[in-house]
Design a protein around this ligand. Sequence first.
Ligand code: SF4
Length: 168
Amino acid sequence: MMISDFIKKEDCRSCRFCCVFRRKSLWEVPKHQKYIKDKYPTGFDGVPVRYKEFDTPSGSWIITDLSDKYTTDDPEEEAPCPFLDPDRGCALPDEDKPFECKAWPLRYMRMEDNSLKVTLTPTCPAPGLKDTAALKKKSSQSWEKAFEEYAAQNPYIINEYREGYIIL
Ligand code: SF4
């Protein structure tokens, strides 16, 4: 069972909500493997991409640095991912797309009791996600396995639980 069973490709094509980041939601910017920095020095439009590197006990990763893309102090101002082609969608091939983008709108979160849960981002506007009971019943186990396996090698994809995220 895949999340694509619940979200139609057309919904994503006309939306791209998850590839545009409000200043106050920069924690959502996807984490890439480090090799991406050398492979993609520029975005889809040829403009150089700035990256930020992280080396922590949870692993090493990079994110695209969008900080110079905002022109106001408004926390709601949005900036697109440098790989978002407005005409074609994500310009990265599947093998280079971050796991977090493939898993969106699902997240892997650490709860207060330290357990790990698959959660649904409450702001994803895809109509097929409204029935969270069906999501939970049909697919939570397969998603749990996918997250568990990926997080075993890349624990940095685990986020602390945030209020409002729907636990599956
Ligand atoms: S890497 Fe691709 S899917 Fe992920 S946020 Fe950027 S454009 Fe969207």
